[in-house]
Design a protein around this ligand. Structure first.
Ligand SMILES: [Zn+2]
Length: 59
């Protein structure tokens, strides 16, 4: 059984494995952003954009 997840960036809906854990980083299958799991429910997980080092935000 899998859980439902929605990308906060593009609202693409996809499924994740039941065995996912908090803090795990997934990649949105649609827009390609890295998404960190912040909450795991019975049927769905909540995601937030993960911190990525690719962009240079200035130091
Ligand atoms: Zn996305």
């Amino acid at each position: 059984m899998s859980k439902k997840a929605i990308c906060p960036e593009c609202y693409f809906e996809f499924e994740v494995d039941e065995g996912v854990i908090m803090g795990e980083v997934l990649t949105c299958e649609d827009c390609g952003v890295d998404l960190e799991i912040i909450e795991i429910g019975d049927k769905e997980v909540k995601l937030q954009l993960a911190d990525v080092e690719e962009e240079d935000w200035g130091e």
